[in-house]
Ligand binder design. Structure first.
Ligand code: HSE
Length: 427
C-alpha cells in the first residue's frame, strides 16, 4: 500500500485526486498497486466543482500534513514554480518520501540537486507528467528504449504554442485570438509567457536531454526562442517552400557533444510531426538500434497529465525506478549556441532594384553560407519587396554575422527575419 499526499488542487491536482479516489480498485486490479490518497493540501480550502473528498482524506492548508507525517510515503507536488515547491521537495526527500511532480520549471532549473538529494536518501523523484503530459516519453527512454544509444530527438512539447500555430496556419487566426482560446481550454501555464516564449519547451527539453543522453543539461546554457514574433507572412512563405512551422525542441548527438535548442522551425509537410495539431504533443526519437520512432498524444490538460502522475505512483508502489538514467554519468559536452548548425530560412525586406540579390548573396557567401532556394513574389509596397532564401547548413555565428553585415546595406528596409529549417531526416 502506498500512502499519498497531494499538494495543489488545481486543474491537474483535481484530476489526480479523482483518479486516486474513483479508480483505486480498478488500478489495484490492473496493476497490483494499492494507492491511498490520505492528504490533500491547498492554500485554498474551497470545495472543488465535481470533486467530493471523502472524510478519510484530510483536506488542509497545513503543508506539514504532507511533508512531515511519517505515514505518508509519497508526495505529489502540483503547485508548479520554483518556490515554495523546491523547499517542499527538499523537505519531503529529507523525510525519505518519494516525490512525483509535473513541475518542469523546477526540475529544469534546479532539478540536478534535487535528483542527487533523492538518490542520496534512497527515494525517487519522478516527473513523467513534466514532459509531454500524458505521453509516456520518460518511461520509454528509461525502459523500452534503454538498449539504444539515442542519436537525436525532435519534440513538439508545448500544447499551447502548438494550438496557437495550428490555428494561425489553418484558420488564419491572429496570435492573440488563438492564445485567448488556448487559455480558455486550460492548456496554458499560469504565466502563458512560458508557453509562447519557448521557456516551457526549453524546460521540458532539459529533462528530455537528461534522460535520453544522461547529461546534466544546465538550463541556463540552453538556447531557446518562442513564437510571439512569428508573422502570418512567414507561415505562408514556409508553406510555399513545402514546410510548416512548429515550435520544436531539438537535441542532436554530434560526436562527443550534444546540441540542444528550442525554437520555431520550418519542418517538411511530409514528416509526421507536421501533422501534429492543436494541443497535441509528439516526440520523434532516433535510436541506434530501433531507428526512428514517434510518440504522440495529449501533452496538456488535467486528465492526460494526471494519467502520467498516477503512472509514476504505480511505478513507485511496484518498486520500479529510473535506475541509473538520472545519474548524469555521461561525459558528453554541450555544444555552445554559436556553434549550433542548421539550415536557415531568411526573409529580407529589400528595395526593388537591380543588384540587391547579388549584394545579399555576396555577404552570405563571404560568411560561408550557401543558398539552397530563393523566392521573391509580389509587387513592391513603398518600393520594398520581401525576398526569402533557404540556406544549406550553416552555424549560428556565421548567420548572425551575415545578418549584421546585410543590415548595413543601404538597400535593406527592415530587420531580417531568420528561422531554422529542420529537414528531420533520420540518417
Ligand atoms: N502549458 C503546457 C502546454 C502544459 O501548453 O503544453 C503542459 O506542460
Amino acid at each position: 500500500m502506498l500512502n499519498v499526499a497531494l499538494i495543489g488542487l488545481g486543474t491537474v491536482g483535481k484530476e489526480v485526486a479523482r483518479l486516486l479516489l474513483y479508480e483505486r480498485e480498478s488500478i489495484l486490479e490492473r496493476t497490483g498497486a494499492d494507492l491511498r490518497l490520505k492528504v490533500v493540501v491547498d492554500k485554498d480550502l474551497a470545495p472543488r466543482e465535481g470533486l467530493r473528498l471523502p472524510s478519510e482524506v484530510r483536506f488542509t492548508d497545513d503543508i506539514a500534513a504532507a511533508l512531515d507525517d511519517p505515514s505518508i510515503q509519497t508526495v505529489v507536488e502540483l503547485i508548479g514554480g520554483i518556490e515554495p515547491a523546491k523547499s517542499f521537495h527538499r523537505r519531503a526527500i529529507e523525510n525519505k518520501k518519494h516525490v512525483v511532480t509535473a513541475n518542469k520549471a523546477l526540475l529544469a532549473e534546479q532539478g540536478g540537486d534535487l535528483l542527487k538529494l533523492a538518490a542520496s536518501r534512497g527515494v525517487q523523484l519522478r516527473f513523467e507528467a513534466g514532459v509531454a503530459g500524458g505521453v509516456p516519453i520518460i518511461k520509454s527512454f528509461t525502459e523500452s528504449l534503454a538498449a539504444n544509444r539515442i542519436e537525436r530527438l525532435y519534440g513538439i512539447i508545448n500544447g499551447t504554442a502548438n494550438y496557437i500555430l495550428t490555428q494561425m496556419t489553418q484558420k488564419g487566426l491572429s496570435f492573440d485570438e488563438a492564445l485567448k482560446e488556448a487559455k480558455r481550454l486550460g492548456f496554458a501555464e499560469a504565466d502563458p509567457t512560458f508557453d509562447i516564449e519557448g521557456t516551457d519547451t526549453a524546460h521540458k527539453l532539459t529533462l528530455l536531454c537528461r534522460i535520453a543522453f544522461g547529461v546534466e543539461m544546465p538550463f541556463q546554457q540552453l538556447s531557446y526562442e518562442g513564437i510571439s514574433k512569428l508573422s502570418l507572412i512567414d507561415l505562408r512563405y514556409a508553406a510555399e517552400l513545402g514546410y510548416t512551422i512548429k515550435l520544436l525542441a531539438v537535441a542532436i548527438r554530434r560526436g562527443d557533444a550534444i546540441e540542444a535548442r528550442a525554437h520555431p522551425a520550418l519542418i517538411p509537410y511530409a514528416h509526421p510531426l507536421a501533422s501534429v495539431s492543436n494541443e497535441f504533443n509528439a516526440v520523434t526519437v532516433v535510436g541506434d538500434r530501433v531507428g526512428e520512432m514517434m510518440f504522440y498524444g495529449r501533452g496538456a490538460g488535467g486528465r492526460p497529465t494526471a494519467s502520467a502522475v498516477v503512472a509514476d505512483l504505480i511505478d513507485i508502489a511496484l518498486g520500479r525506478s529510473y535506475g541509473k538514467a538520472v545519474s548524469f554519468s555521461s561525459n558528453l559536452r554541450i555544444v555552445p549556441r554559436d556553434e549550433s548548425v542548421s539550415k536557415w530560412y531568411l526573409r529580407f525586406s529589400v528595395e526593388d532594384r537591380p543588384g540587391v540579390l547579388g549584394q545579399i548573396a555576396t555577404v552570405l557567401g563571404k560568411n560561408r553560407i550557401s543558398i539552397e532556394a530563393c523566392l521573391q513574389k509580389g509587387n513592391p509596397v513603398d518600393g520594398a519587396v520581401p525576398v526569402v532564401m533557404q540556406t544549406f547548413e550553416a552555424c549560428e555565428r556565421d548567420v548572425r554575422q551575415a545578418i549584421e553585415e546585410i543590415a548595413r546595406l543601404a538597400t535593406i528596409r527592415e530587420e531580417t527575419r531568420r528561422l531554422r529549417v529542420e529537414p528531420l531526416t533520420s540518417e
